[in-house]
Structure formats: C-alpha cells, structure tokens
Design a protein around this ligand. Structure first.
Ligand code: KIV
Ligand code: ZN
Length: 514
C-alpha cells in the first residue's frame, strides 16, 4: 500500500469549471461510466449545493457507480455538507470533500476571517461531516501560498477532527516542483498525526507545472493525486490524469509507485471528454494529442520501423490507441455497429442506437471510408440531442461569387413547427441568422467562438464544429458533426442555444438552493 497512488478524478467538478464546459446530467453520467472503466479510484462528481442540476448529477453518479468512491464537494458549511451527503446517499463508497481557504490573501480578501477563525470553522465542518462518514477529505484551498506553520497547525487539527485525506491544492498554479515537493515533505515531517491521513495534491497548471508539481509531491510522500482528463479545469486547467499515470508507468525505475488505472482506456476517455465538453486536445498534447505517437522526420520513421523503442518510450497500444483504420462500411450491420461502439466506450439505449445507426447508414452512403473518429463524432452529435427544446429539421443555403448568401430553415421549437430565413456575409452567417430569427432566446447572445475541423482526411470528411455562445455571465459550447459543413455548423449553433436554455434553468435553481 505504501507505494500505491490513488487517482482522484475531478473532470466532472473542476474540469467542468473550464469556460464553456458545463455538462448536463446525462453527459456527466456517460463520463462517470467511462472513468469507472478507466479504473480511477475516486470520482469527484460535482458540488451539490451549487445548483439543483449539480445535486441531481452527483446523485445519479453516486447511484450508478459502484467500483469507485464518489465524492461531493462542499464549503466548510453545515448546509453544504448536508446537501452533499444527501446527494451521495446511494453511493457505494461516498466521500465528503470539504474545503476552506488558508492563504493570507484568501483569508483576508475573500473570507474576511482571521487564521484562528478559519481553523475553528475547518475543524467544526470536518467534525460535523465525520458524523456522516469516516471518508472525509479536507482541502486547504490555496495551500501553495499558505504560511507553512499555519498549514501544519490546521492540518493537525482537522485530522484530529476526523479528516482521513488531506488535500494540498496549488490553487493558482504558483509553486515550482522543488518548492511544492518541499511543502509536502514539511507536512510529512512536522504534523505529528499525519500518518492517520493520506496526503493528496491538487495542482493547477497556470505555469504549466501541474504534472511536475504532482510528481514532486508523490516523491515527498503524497499518495493521492487530483487530476482531470486532458488536463481540463479552471483557467489553465489541472494536472492531466493521463500524463501523471503514464509517467508513473513509464518511469517506474525512478518513480516506484503504482496506481490501478487501466491505461488502455485512456484514449477512449480522452476522446469522450473532448467530444462532450467541446474542448479540443492540442495536437502535440502529451499522451493523447493526435501527434503524440506520430513520427514525422525520416530518420525517426526509419528508427521506429527498425525498433520502436528508438523513439517511442511507451507504445501507442498501452494508452489504447489503435491504428487509424477503416472500421465499418455501408454493408455493415447493426450488430457490427453496436460492437464497434462498445469498443469505443459507448453503450447506447435502443432508441439512441437506432437513430445513430440510421445516421451511420446515411453517412456510409456518402463517405467511402469510415473511421473510429467518424463513429464517435456521429454518436456524440446524435446522442446530445435527446433533450432539446429546439430541433433543426432542415436547412437550405444558397450562395455564389456575386450573390448574397441566404438561408432558409425549418425547426421544431418546443414542439411547434416553425420556418425562418436570413441572409449574411457568408453561408454560416446566413444559417445562424435564419435560426436566430425564429428562436427568441438567441437575441442578445454573442458568438465567441466558431471552430471547424475535418474529422478525417479527404474531401468527403465529416466536419466537426464547435460554437461558443455567451449571454451575460453564461457561456456554453455546442457541437455538431455532419458531412455538410453548414449543417454541422447549424447543429452546433442549435446545440449551444439548447444548452444556454438548460443553463439558465439551472441558474434559477441555484438562486433557490444557495
Ligand atoms: O483548486 C482548488 O483549490 C480546488 C479546491 C476546491 C480543492 O479546486
Ligand atoms: Zn481546483
């Protein structure tokens, strides 16, 4: 056990704090199921007091996931703890995660509390949570900038009050690896009851050091790492799970620790999170970027062909990467389609499967070669549309070198069939205007991001479009995939509008709950 590192995944909580990444309950459940297949130890499912939507999502994840501990985040307040505990009631192994800031900056400017008051509040909250469960994690928010004497004092006190995991976040990604490692070292040496708790770390990536800091902490005695898939999270994100895990696996010679993560599920998990959140993976991202295992220079290609280890320190297969091969064609049946989706980590309901299969047949008629990426994009596009207020039925655009682009659209808006038209500076602009003309909720909304990419090579490739919309404080992303770029764009725009409406409903909930 001394060498075991527990992997605490916070994609559904801190990851969701990435701009535009909000997920609905169904999306969170799908990611949670995949995290269970990936065999993380703990899934932080959300912050139950934040909104009814968050509460329901934590409850649904807790009810379904049985192979991982499920954590709910709470401030050091009794009402947060009660709410989180209620959301976790059906979990096989529930964890309460209570946090309170401990740095001088946070205590003075954010909390307006003295260190003694913070210590008292932390102890009271942990003792209160401990009445529900022994599985209490306590986090010293902004520990990276906390006075070390105070950090030791408060950690000792919360362990006495019942905390069994002590999390040391570098909330603003400020520390350097040797410095952060030294902080953990000091805690291990100076806190007399530290052996009663597992020390955890939670590093943000503002200086690009989140993974390095997490690894330095492990060397100093931390045995839990909090991280996210693809490193998503607040601002520059969190330590990336796949980088931490693959470093432990690859450098066992100098990092003799192990975790139970099933690394061959990494790629499926990474793609699922990217597809659901719309946050793309940079091409050269370690482990999961499209170029991570690509060899461009001739001398490298030659070396790899002769002996893979010349330029590969881990195999593509070890992270679940299979060669980009043609997987299915127009003659493939429903069975083969369902099996391939299962390999990609998708288990669909009969209804979703039927709709996805019919889209697949349409696509197979138009596109010669179908790859895994085509199937994931198509399934994501279809499945996300089950709970829509607005549905795109048909779109027609016309444009030419000397003509003003125009669009005509047919939609189902809250069950009613509505038609609209618009013109614009280009075909995408015209399409969006024709949609905005018939959806009242589109007024006053700004388009912050429009990104289009071809999912595979070839002029018949499907287009994947990401659209980010902002309305006041709310920011959401929408996704669309189709072999027609205008239709993919319109689908992404409509998806984002649906999410905006869902999010507005959630923020009304939030006012009621908090
Ligand atoms: O970054 C942070 O400090 C956090 C805590 C709530 C653990 O996310
Ligand atoms: Zn964080």
């Amino acid at each position: 056990m001394a060498d075991r590192v527990f992997i605490f995944d916070t994609t559904l909580r801190d990851g969701e704090q990435s701009p535009g990444a909000s997920m609905n309950m169904d999306e969170k459940l799908r990611i949670a199921r995949q995290l269970e297949s990936l065999k993380v130890d703990i899934i932080e499912a959300g912050f139950p007091i934040a909104s009814v939507g968050d509460f329901e999502a934590v409850r649904a994840v807790a009810a379904e996931i049985k192979e991982c501990s499920v954590a709910g985040l709470c401030r050091a307040k009794f009402k947060d703890i009660d709410r989180a505990w209620e959301a976790l009631s059906q979990a096989a192994d529930p964890r309460l995660h209570i946090f309170l800031a401990t740095s001088p900056i946070h205590m003075r400017h954010k909390l307006n509390m003295t260190p003694d008051q913070v210590l008292e509040a932390a102890v009271a909250a942990v003792a209160y949570g401990a009445k529900h469960t022994a599985n209490i994690e306590w986090s010293a928010e902004d520990a990276g900038r906390t006075d070390m004497d105070f950090l030791c004092r408060i950690v000792e006190a919360v362990i006495d009050a019942g905390a069994r995991t002590i999390n040391i976040p570098d909330t603003v990604g400020y520390t350097l690896p040797n410095e952060f490692g030294e902080r953990i070292n000091m805690l291990m040496n100076r806190v007399p009851n530290i052996d009663k708790a597992i020390v955890s770390v939670h590093c943000h990536n503002d200086l690009g050091l989140a993974v390095a800091n997490s690894l330095a902490a492990i060397k100093s005695g931390a045995r839990q790492v909090e991280c996210t898939i693809n490193g998503i999270g607040e601002r520059a994100g969190n330590a990336s799970l796949e980088e931490v895990v693959m470093t432990l696996n690859t450098r066992r010679d100098i990092m003799p620790y192990h975790c139970r993560v099933l690394t061959t599920e990494i790629i499926n998990t990474s793609r699922l999170v990217a597809n659901i959140t719309g946050i793309d993976i940079q091409l050269n991202k370690a482990i999961v970027g499209a170029n991570a295992f690509a060899h461009e220079a001739g001398i490298h290609q030659d070396g790899v062909l002769k002996e893979a280890t010349t330029y590969e320190i881990m195999t593509p297969e070890s992270v679940g990467l299979t060669a980009n091969r043609i997987v299915l064609g127009k003659h493939s049946g429903r069975h083969a389609f369902r099996d391939r989706l299962a390999t990609l980590g998708y288990t669909l309901s009969e209804d979703d499967l039927n709709r996805a299969f019919s889209r697949f047949k349409d696509l197979a008629d138009k596109k010669q070669d179908l790859f895994d990426e085509d199937l994931s994009a198509l399934v994501e596009d279809e499945v996300i549309r089950t709970t829509e207020h607005f549905k795109l039925l048909r779109i027609h655009v016309a444009s030419g070198t000397k003509d003003t682009p125009v669009a005509a659209v047919e939609m189902e808006i809250r069950g009613e069939h509505v038609q609209g038209a618009g013109w614009g500076t280009g075909t995408v602009d015209a399409a969006f205007k024709s949609i905005a003309a018939i959806i009242p909720e589109a007024r006053g909304v700004t388009l912050d991001l429009y990104r289009v990419e071809a999912i595979t090579g070839g002029t018949d490739a499907q287009a994947k479009v990401v659209v980010r919309l902002t309305n006041g404080e709310q920011s959401v992303q929408g996704l669309g995939a189709h072999n027609d770029v205008i239709e993919a764009s319109a689908r992404a725009y409509v998806h984002a509008l649906n999410r905006l409406v869902q999010k507005n409903n959630r923020s009304v909930d939030q006012q009621e709950v908090v």
